[in-house]
Design a protein around this ligand. Sequence first.
Ligand code: UT7
Length: 323
Amino acid sequence: MTIRAAVAGVGHYLPDRVVPNSEFEKSLDTTDEWIRSRSGIERRHFAAEGQTTSDMATRAARAALDDAGMTPGDLDAIIVATSTADLTFPSAATMVQAQLDMNHGFAFDVQAVCAGFIYALCNANALILSGQAKRVLVIGAETFSRIMDWTDRSTCVLFGDGAGALILEAVEGEGTAEDRGILAADLNSDGSFRDILYVDGGVSTQTTGYLRMEGKEVFRHAVEKLASTATTALGKIGLTGDQVDWIVPHQANIRIIQGTAKKLGLSMDKVVVTVQDHGNTSAASIPLALSVGKQRGQIKPGDLIITEAIGGGLAWGAVVLRW
Ligand code: UT7
């Protein structure tokens, strides 16, 4: 008998304000056509004034709990992947815990920028496999609109806000690739690339800062590293790209998504794509895509899913799971 961390529920939340590309034409030297053709993004959601990451995370969490038919009392732990927590401390995860009226268990944040949800899934998986938790709520939530330089057309048109949540539960498996749940993972980082994607502020510099990115450089690393980490993760459980039902990639740029699918030998009809509607929501993009993919009827029980992401660090990785 093998313990697996299997998906028990999924949900998401997007703030009400939808901003089409045309909005940026009013204040920047840019066009809807440029943004669409270079990134695939058509619109994104922005949080309302005063709306925080933990507010959105809690709404996504409630949707996932409803989907699982669970209450906060059923959870042992909460992990929030975010780079835009409400406060320096306490963690966004403990704020979610409080908003859910949950006084037991434990909660903490994971910060691996756009790869954050992959890292959080691996943490949750480890907690379940080691017997420290049976049910873990894993959330990706971001308010990247708060760290945009609205005068920088090369970054501010690309990002959005939102939250997605997944509940992982300990189930019994056979130890084969036919099991439900997380089957394999691969994590990587290389801090020597810190200068191509970062925020130029933080607590120890007493500023908040803005996101800075050398887009072309990040793009160049993205396709190669994402295809490589996905192949490595699949290989750990003896699988190859052609056995995958769905790729659920980090939603940064449609050209990166297409390039990665091509390298894995998969056609675009096996890819869950939400970048046109959400923009890049960093750590929230994968759980948002999983939830929307399920709502659309794309992801079904038993499907083999590879999910992968790369972001600031650089940090990147992939998780193989059977839904
Ligand atoms: O989630 C974390 C990971 N992040 C990513 O994966 C993002 C990776 N990078 C990208 O998605 C792409 O590199 C971008 C979408 C950011 C940019 O696309 P690109 O094809 O690499 O364009 P570029 O940066 O080479 O810029 C091409 C031109 C430049 O003008 P010149 O120098 O050729 O005259 C830019 O100044 O496009 C210009 N440009 C714009 N033009 C109109 C840059 N931003 C804009 C804009 N509107 N918003």
